[in-house]
Write a protein that binds this ligand. Structure first.
Ligand SMILES: Cc1cc2nc3c(=O)[nH]c(=O)nc-3n(C[C@H](O)[C@H](O)[C@H](O)COP(=O)(O)OP(=O)(O)OC[C@H]3O[C@@H](n4cnc5c(N)ncnc54)[C@H](O)[C@@H]3O)c2cc1C
Length: 259
């Protein structure tokens, strides 16, 4: 192993896979051990790695679990022939996995200074729901926002992972909060209540209708995560309603692109 490889390995701890859950042939979740020193804020991502043919291959993964959990959970796509996920897909309980010692990312609610917290819109495609699941497992979020909307867009019904877990999270963390609404969107299912892409649902007003609230530059915090095309188009649809990008704490929209 070269000097550079040994140096870069020092940035990682080696963790152990504790469980694997398959949602479909191309979606799965797994949990692994969490070193006590690994701190993160809900919404941040970790860099995890696998040794593939003697090389360390590392990718960014949003943490699904709560900052209070003793283990770490991740939700993954399997990209056909993907340099990382085709190997990640083979992990089983007991597999070693590298975890970079620090967490990264600014898709966190602490970034918002103005407007003050009031209504929170968490808009995801596919595995982009991961950071929002972590946020919903943070009591502060429920304390700070009057209304919380989780819109989760997938192509097919079988891709709609975590539905039961979302209900469970709400039961455990909301402490009777009445302002939460889960809004599933299934774009390739004509029988689904909502089956248009998120930008369209914003332009037509359907998202606001189902939420029974208007998006507002004065009160809304809107977070987008997942497919970069969705992020770009949704950002533009929101700007069309007068919302602005959050910069240096001010503004409505915060985004994370997965590729
Ligand atoms: C900040 C951040 C957080 C991320 N969090 C997650 C996460 O929680 N879960 C997760 O599965 N991925 C996440 N990703 C993406 C992840 O880092 C890798 O891109 C993914 O594991 C694919 O790696 P690969 O080497 O197998 O595929 P690559 O060979 O890198 O192929 C990439 C291609 O696969 C597609 N692709 C990549 N990621 C996804 C995805 N998540 N959903 C659908 N298509 C995708 C895109 O078309 C992309 O061009 C995140 C990326 C970033 C930047």
């Amino acid at each position: 192993m070269s000097y550079i490889e040994i140096m870069s390995l020092e940035k990682f701890t080696i963790e152990t896979v504790l469980s694997v859950k398959r949602w479909s042939d191309h979606l799965f979740s797994f949990t692994m051990t969490r070193p006590q020193a690994f701190k993160f804020t809900a919404g941040q991502f970790a860099r995890i790695g696998l040794c593939v043919e003697g090389e360390l291959v590392v990718r960014a993964y949003s943490v699904v679990s709560s900052p209070y959990d003793e283990t770490l959970e991740f939700f993954s796509i399997v990209v056909p022939n993907g340099a990382f996920t085709s190997h990640l897909n083979e992990l089983t309980v007991g597999t070693d996995i590298y975890l970079e010692k620090v967490a990264y990312g600014f898709l966190t609610l602490a970034r918002y200074q103005s407007p003050e917290p009031h209504d929170l819109w968490l808009l995801a495609t596919g595995t982009g729901v991961a950071p929002f699941l972590s946020m919903l497992q943070d009591f502060e979020v429920w304390k700070n926002y009057q209304s919380i909307y989780l819109a989760y867009s997938v192509r097919t019904r079988e891709e709609l992972a975590y539905v039961d877990q979302i209900q469970h999270i709400v039961d455990v963390f909301s402490e009777g909060h009445q302002g939460f609404k889960f809004i599933p969107i299934i774009t390739r299912d004509s029988s689904a209540v909502l089956n248009q892409r998120l930008p369209t649902l914003i332009e037509t007003g359907d998202l606001e209708n189902i939420a029974a609230r208007q998006l507002s530059a004065e009160t809304s915090h809107v977070m987008l995560c997942g497919n970069p095309q969705m992020v770009e188009d949704t950002k533009n649809a929101l700007k069309g309603k007068g919302l602005t990008m959050n910069r240096r704490g001010v503004g409505n929209i915060a985004v994370e692109n997965y590729w």
